[in-house]
Each structure stands twice: as structure tokens, then as C-alpha cells.
Ligand binder design. Sequence first.
Ligand code: SAM
Length: 412
Amino acid sequence: MIRPAQLAGNEVPWCRYGYYLPQRPSFTLDPVFHAGAYYVQEAGSMFVERIFRQLFEPDTPLRILDLCAAPGGKTTLLSTLAGASGLVVANEVIRQRAGTLVDNVRKWGIGNTLVTNNDPSHFASLRHYFDLVLVDAPCSGEGMFRKTPGTRTEWSEANVKLCAARGRRILGDVWEALRPGGILVYSTCTFNVQENEETVEWLASEYDCEPVDVTADPAWGIVQGEAAGMATFRFFPHRVQSEGFFAAVLRKGDGRVRVQVPKPRKAIFAPLARREGEEAARWVGQPQQMLFQRVGENIHAYYAPQFQAVREISESLSVLCSGVLCGQLFGGKLRPEHSLALFHDVSRRQVPVVELSPDEAVAYLRKADISPVRLQEGINLVTFDGLPLGWIKRIGARSNNMYPKELRIVNL
Ligand code: SAM
């Protein structure tokens, strides 16, 4: 199990929230992991935070597109950085991988993120829409050879060529969706120049790109360079504590902004009746920040500043999850969904909160029976170390473990 006290002194220098782990623990058996308190990714990936903080003021209401997002490492960080005023659209073109992305976004519980399952070309319909676009491109993965030696056998010159061409196609497809003056971050976990610097040079030759002032502290060992005048950052494993990583940052030329939103294909959202809205609002700590909407039978909550964008995107792309899925109303009462338990601002006043022991927490996550003795009649929120894990319902002398079947721990 990972606890912050063990990590002091192991901070990742370019990320306020990042720590190096002394060894790889069993995340599967750590209830805190299932509560969404941490996500495990390479330190290099966390450099996204350094870029973000150097270019944007805190609380700027940003629309962010994370175009190649699964499994969601950088999405989690961007969601945290975007906060209640921002919106993160996390897209993954491969359906199965998009499912994992949904699970991770739900676990992270920030409530400002939409997961879409679209081809990059579909984003051209959202012209000049996003303030920040991250293209963490599918690549030949040379930076992972040390950590996962098996990936070496998948490498070939032909694959490098293919990846470089694909990276360019993805960048070209998404360029229109970035607003003039907006920021593009292009990253890979590979070393070769075709997929990295040469792709940035290609982009700068085809489109109106401008340099931005982003730096790394020389003490960190990151190699700062440039491609066609745009800032680049290389993470070599023998010089910096991270597996291999490459990132380039640039600004789209400041032309005339003409935001275009496609005509709605379908009406998705319906407002709630006053009573229904009041019932949903009770389950959230600060409901005044949020709008509650009906999507089919479900009630969702959205941070108000970005609801219009959520509506526009939902009406034109294939959205798999958005905002906070709160649950369904039965007889005027909300039956809460798992996502609501993991939302960072779930209300702890609405139902009894029951702290579980380590053994009980793992049993709960296995969807095993939990003794009803400490539960109150009806729905209870169960926590571990104060962090919500999910819901459980007591019905007389028995309990109904409401942890989603598809998420339960099975490999014990
Ligand atoms: N950003 C992710 C993270 O931090 O967890 C990792 C992304 S991974 C390097 C690249 C992603 O691009 C994969 O999820 C892959 O499925 C997706 N991908 C593959 N082919 C693609 C394509 N043609 N267009 C867009 N994305 C693609």
C-alpha cells in the first residue's frame, strides 16, 4: 500500500503531485488505488504539468483536448490542473482502450472530464475550439525498451516510418480544432528524430506555428532543444530519473478566431424538475457550482462554467462518459452510481459514512459480503483511510455490496 508519508523526499521535481516509488507495490490490493487517490505513470509524462504551469494562469477556464488519451495518465494530471473552471476532453480512438480510460477518469473523480471515442479527424468539426491540445502520439516506443524489453522485438525501421507518418496525420487532423493562439503539446515515448524533431519540423513547415517560452531547470537533466525554433524536451534514462520521453511545445499563430460548432445531431440533455434538482444537489458538497441534467434515465452533474461546451461536444461526438454520473431517480430519490462515490466532492452528509478496515476494504472491492452490523438501514458510503470506495446498502439483517461487478478484484 502506498502512503504519502513514505514518499517524502522522493518528489518528482517538475510535478507538484508526482513522487518516485521506492518499488513497485501491488496496486491491485491497495484500496487507496481503487479510491483514485493516485495513478502510476512515468515521471517524464508528468512534465505536462511544468508546461501547463508556465503557460497558463491558475483557474483560467480552459478547454483542453487530450487526443490520444488511453489509458489516461496524462488525462488525470490535466483534469487536476484544469480544475472546476476547465474542461478536459479525453479521446481514445480504440474502443476497448477507451473503456479503460473511462474507468480511470471515473476513479480520478474530478468531474470536469468527457471521454470520447472518435477518430482524430472528427475533431475538425470543432473549429478553433480548444485552448490546449495534447497529442501523445502512438509511437515506436524506444523509450520503453529498458523497462519492457519485450517491446524491442516489435521495433523495425518500417514501423518507425509508419509511426512518423501516423503522427503527422494525427497532427494535421486535429490542427483545425486548436484555436489561434492556443498551445499544442506533441509527445512520444521514443528517441528517433523522424517521429520527434522531424515531425515538429514538418508541422512548422505546413502550419502557422510560433515558439513559446517553456523551460526546464538544467539541474533536472532534461535535454532542452529546438526543432524549427519550437521548444523540445528529451528525457534520456541515463540522465534523468524517467524512462525515455520526448515533448515539443508550440503556439498556433494568432490568426482570426472563428469558432465553429457543428449543428447538433441529437438533443442529449434535459433539465430536471425543481424537486429532482434539489434531490440530486443534496449528494454534492458544493452544488451551487454545478448544473444537474438528465441524460436518458441518468442524472449527471457538470461544473457550470463549461456546460455549454459539454453540450456542444456531446451533440457532435461519440461521448462515453461526461461530468459526474450521479445515478437515477426512483420515486423522487436518487439511487447513487459508483461514479458519484468517487467524485472528489461527494457529500458526506447525505448518507452514513462507514470506515472499513484493510481486510474489509479488500473484501468490499472483491464484491464479497460485508457484515451489516456497523451499517445503518439504507445506503451507506464506505471509506478506507477516509477515502470513499463506493456504496453499500443495508436491508434489515443483510447488506447489498453495490461495488460494480466489472471492477471487482478477481485475481487474489
Ligand atoms: N496519453 C496516454 C497516457 O498518458 O496514458 C498514452 C497514449 S499512447 C502513447 C497513444 C494512444 O494513441 C494509444 O492509446 C493508442 O490506442 C492511440 N492511437 C493509436 N492509433 C491512433 C490513431 N491513429 N489516432 C489517434 N490515436 C491513436
